[in-house]
Design a protein around this ligand. Structure first.
Ligand SMILES: *[C@@H]1O[C@H](CO)[C@@H](O)[C@H](O)[C@H]1NC(C)=O
Ligand SMILES: *[C@@H]1O[C@H](CO)[C@@H](O)[C@H](O)[C@H]1NC(C)=O
Ligand SMILES: *[C@@H]1O[C@H](CO)[C@@H](O)[C@H](O)[C@H]1NC(C)=O
Ligand SMILES: [Ca+2]
Length: 496
């Protein structure tokens, strides 16, 4: 016969079993610096740790937090997903589930994702169209009937992402980047074709706007600027994926040239909002940037890292035409690293760049998350630097790439200064946590802003830990009660 006493002992036993088995460090999801089992765990720089949040996503690309802290992710062919997470203490965040944001299916949304300055309007893009919806961060949900086409007429083959960016300074503007159709797209030579450029579109216009003929041009000759970011002072930046398989004067230069680029696109008050602004041409498809000068010779002057060279020359168009008449990048990077995002850390002001990794190089390169240190509104490194990036998280063995590697795409920063990043090939989100010192290093604004937020984060997350322990006690009680019921039932069955 069961006595109340023996039932209590069973309950206490379960309590203890749970007390031993529940420990955040024992939970594989909470382990730091351990990646997805699909490939060897990536390495991380001193001063940072990372956590694999999930590998349950389908081709995650761009990623944003809304004003209520909900995480939205683009890239899944089914639409935009809301990723639900919980913080369970000691900085560990647990993935709960992903849910489709109703109303975003069937539109071929593939990359671009942004929220208005006030958080009440969501933007997402297909290869052809940039849409907007009224967005409610409390549910979160969009109002399907509010769907509008903001920009149209972007359909083309080849590079089909249409990256979107809203300004934190100017609420009226949506930036849209449209790349090339193929490796060398001669349409890029002609402004009215609307290829290979970044434009700013006004959100106060009620009718849809055609990409090629409307909007304000910020830059052209941009082969495929997949990543765009705004620094703390409103400076706009874009990372450029430069060409593959290039030959110059009959010589194959493609292993280490042309460089990938970080381009500066000015501040909206000096560009889109300035009467008569003439946007620069950044070179493509005439001019490219030198990474390895050994391959790029000019008979009259030395060409160095970061200098422009002409792909095809004649009497009236030479390397010096590219040097003098086209806009060079602010920084250049190793050929084929494939930068896909550039975002400015809210505490340090440094630019975080995701390098998706190469396919057009004998020795794979990229597959790394890097930082370019900024001082005020400028990178610290000079224009001709071949050493401007500091790697934060990388694959140990790039020889196994792209098959067995993480491939970083989009960044979002949370209020604690952690960096959330998608990896599209194998469906992960990682969370990178800087140590206190990494957050306060080389601050662009204020020494104290970084550390303040971080200590507030610590306070918040110990509060979260307390809550979770409460949650576990509840689980224990529930399981205990269930066990009593089963035992009682068993007892009854034995009795009859
Ligand atoms: C020289 O090259 C430029 C740039 O490719 C081109 O626009 C121009 O037509 C060429 N001129 C001649 C005479 O071939
Ligand atoms: C830094 O902080 C001071 C005082 O807290 C403030 O007045 C100043 O504007 C801040 N500087 C920047 C660049 O944000
Ligand atoms: C940190 O918390 C204090 C008190 O709760 C608050 O006054 C302050 O604004 C917070 N700082 C930041 C950067 O969130
Ligand atoms: Ca360029």
């Amino acid at each position: 016969m069961f006595t109340i006493k023996s039932l209590l002992w069973v309950l206490i036993g379960f309590n203890q079993a749970f007390a031993v088995s529940w420990d955040p460090d024992m939970d594989p999801i909470c382990k730091t610096n351990q990646g997805s089992l699909i490939y060897p765990s990536p390495s991380i720089a001193d001063g940072y740790t990372y956590q694999l949040l999930t590998n349950q996503l389908n081709r995650p690309r761009d990623i944003i937090f809304d004003t209520n802290g909900n995480l939205l992710v683009s890239g899944d062919p089914d639409g935009i997903f809301v990723v639900r997470t919980r913080e369970v203490g000691r900085g560990c965040i647990v993935y709960d589930e992903k849910t489709l944001l109703g109303g975003t299916s069937g539109l071929k949304l593939n990359h671009g994702l942004a929220l208005s300055k006030d958080g009440g309007t969501l933007f997402a893009s297909s290869p052809d169209i940039a849409y907007s919806w009224k967005y409610d961060p409390r549910i979160p949900s969009i109002d399907s009937s509010s769907r509008r086409k903001i920009v149209t007429g972007m359909n083309s083959e080849g590079h089909i992402t249409r990256t979107l960016l809203t300004s934190k300074l100017y609420s009226d503007i949506l930036l849209v980047s449209r790349g090339s159709d193929g490796n060398l797209d001669m349409d890029a030579k002609h402004l009215p074709k609307g290829k290979c450029m970044i434009k700013a579109f006004s959100l106060s216009k009620t009718e849809e706007q055609d990409f090629s003929t409307q909007g304000s041009l910020l830059g052209w000759g941009l082969r495929n600027s997949v990543g765009m970011g705004e620094d703390s002072r409103g400076g706009l930046w874009a990372v450029e994926n430069s060409a593959d398989d290039l030959q110059r004067e009959g010589i194959d230069i493609h292993q280490n040239n042309p460089a990938e680029e970080l381009n500066f696109l000015g501040n909206l008050k000096e560009t889109a909002f300035k009467e008569g602004y003439v946007a620069p041409n950044y070179g493509y498809p005439y001019c490219f940037t030198t990474w390895d000068p050994r391959d790029i010779k000019n008979p009259t002057y030395d060409i160095g890292v970061g200098d422009q060279f002409a792909l095809v020359m004649n009497d009236s168009f030479t390397d010096s035409t590219c040097r003098d008449k086209f806009q060079p990048p602010r920084l250049s990077f190793q050929a084929h690293m494939a930068p896909l995002d550039v975002k400015f850390h809210p505490h340090t002001g440094n630019a975080w760049i995701s390098f998706h990794g190469s396919w057009n190089r004998n020795v794979p390169i990229g597959y790394v998350i890097s930082v370019v240190e900024f001082q005020g509104s400028e990178p610290k490194a000079p224009r001709n630097s071949d050493n401007s990036i500091k790697n934060i998280m990388w694959n140990g063995d790039t020889a196994a790439c792209p098959g067995k590697c993480f491939r970083p795409v989009g960044f979002a920063f949370d209020t604690a200064g952690r960096i959330w990043v998608t990896s599209d090939s194998t469906g992960e989100i990682y969370i990178i946590t800087p140590s206190h010192s990494s957050l306060s290093e080389s601050p662009s604004r204020n020494d104290t802003s970084g550390s303040d937020t971080y200590s507030n984060f610590s306070r918040r997350h110990s509060a979260a830990a307390t809550l979770v322990h409460g949650g576990v006690s509840l689980t224990r009680i529930t399981v205990g009660v269930a066990v009593i019921c089963v035992l009682l039932l068993g007892g009854r069955i034995a009795l009859f």
